[in-house]
Ligand binder design. Structure first.
Ligand code: ATP
Length: 342
């Protein structure tokens, strides 16, 4: 089953093994004063694309009053909600989300420096409401830009040999790294692409496609999202003709001719490229996480491999959810509880 489905949106705080902990914002004025002087506490949920970061954030938000700040560089933009895999409003279960689809792609590309200042404002806002900021998303360059004590936009910590990232952070951070072994994650990602196509990714991209669009600086911002370049090549050959094109083409032409077979082949090729590029993205993201860990970012690793194996195998609701709660949510909740008490 997909990690989010109408059937598994119930919350683990009803279960026996983790008790909800209220994070009391202002217990006394002396405590309030101490808290003001202290650095804000931030829980950072890291991990490759598709490994369940959003799922975990909503699970944790049911245990600790929290708000989510998105750190996926494609999901900050308005539009392409399916293609960029944004958590839907229904899946958010009322948990406030920030920097998610709030940035107009026509305003240009969001830079790491901009993300640093917008993210800081969001964290301050969440903390001032007495809630726990959960930073959730797979863009490690954005996470790095936001969290380090001193940020130098000129230094590319992940490029080439790379300068080491700084272990000095401007918040008190608890890093949760959701990890899934690569072969299991790859199977899941391939299936996820098919699921995304099933819920309208092709139609979304057809609608977004604009043959007249010029992009002097090369592909920037949302136009770099996986799915856009791959299907742009397809749409150049087979321009979209309105909603539900693929079925319409078939019906119009009645039988499978050479044209249809070529179109089908081009479609399959785009899907194959999307799957391959998603796989490469996941590998690069894991490499960057390991690099940050190597620089002294202390990470708590949660192994979600078994839960994902069950989800990909189509293990209906109960079993994978049980494993996910036991191996990912439960240990994460313990880490966060301890972190908040420190
Ligand atoms: P880089 O330095 O390569 O930009 P990064 O850590 O800053 O890496 P990533 O989140 O790894 O950022 O994104 C790199 C690329 O992966 C994006 O430019 C985009 O092509 C693709 N990508 C990332 N997130 C998504 C997403 N949610 N949907 C579609 N494509 C994505």
């Amino acid at each position: 089953p997909p990690l989010f489905s109408p059937h598994n949106n119930h919350h683990p705080n009803a279960s026996t093994h983790h008790k909800p902990v209220r994070w009391s914002p202002m217990a006394s004025s002396a405590a309030a004063h101490r808290r003001l002087r202290r650095r804000a506490k931030v829980v950072v949920i890291m991990g490759a694309t598709g490994c369940g970061k959003s799922r975990l954030s909503i699970d944790l938000a049911s245990l600790f009053p929290s708000e989510v700040i998105n750190s996926d560089k494609m999901q900050v933009y308005q539009g392409l909600d399916i293609t960029t895999n944004k958590i839907t409003p229904a899946e958010r279960l009322g948990v406030p989300h920030h920097l998610l689809g709030s940035y107009d792609p026509d305003d240009g590309e969001m830079t790491p420096s901009q993300f640093r200042s917008l993210g800081h404002a969001a964290i301050s806002g969440v903390a001032s409401r007495g809630n726990l900021p959960l930073l959730v998303g797979g863009s490690n360059s954005f996470i790095h830009a936001l969290l380090v004590e001193r940020f130098d936009p000129e230094t590319d910590v992940f490029g080439g040999l790379g300068s080491p990232a700084s272990p000095e952070l401007r918040y008190d951070c608890c890093f949760l790294w959701v990890d899934v072994s690569l072969p299991v994650l790859e199977d899941y990602l391939s299936k996820r692409v098919d699921d995304m196509l099933g819920i309208g990714m092709f139609e979304e991209l057809a609608h977004y496609y604009d043959p007249g669009r010029t992009d002097p600086g090369g592909r920037t911002g949302l136009r770099r999202a996986i799915g856009v370049p791959e299907f742009d090549r397809y749409f150049k050959k087979y321009p979209p003709r309105g909603v539900g094109q693929r079925d319409a083409w078939r019906q119009e032409e009645g039988k499978e001719g050479d044209d249809d077979r070529m179109r089908e082949g081009a479609y399959e090729e785009a899907v194959r490229e999307i799957k391959e590029n998603t796989r490469q993205l996941a590998k690069r993201q894991i490499g960057k996480i390991l690099r940050l860990r190597g620089c002294g970012w202390e990470m708590r690793r949660l192994d979600a491999t078994e839960a994902f194996g069950l989800a990909t195998a189509g293990e209906g609701g109960g079993r994978w959810r049980e494993v996910w709660e036991g191996q990912v949510v439960g240990p994460s909740a313990k880490f966060v509880k301890r972190f908040l008490q420190e």
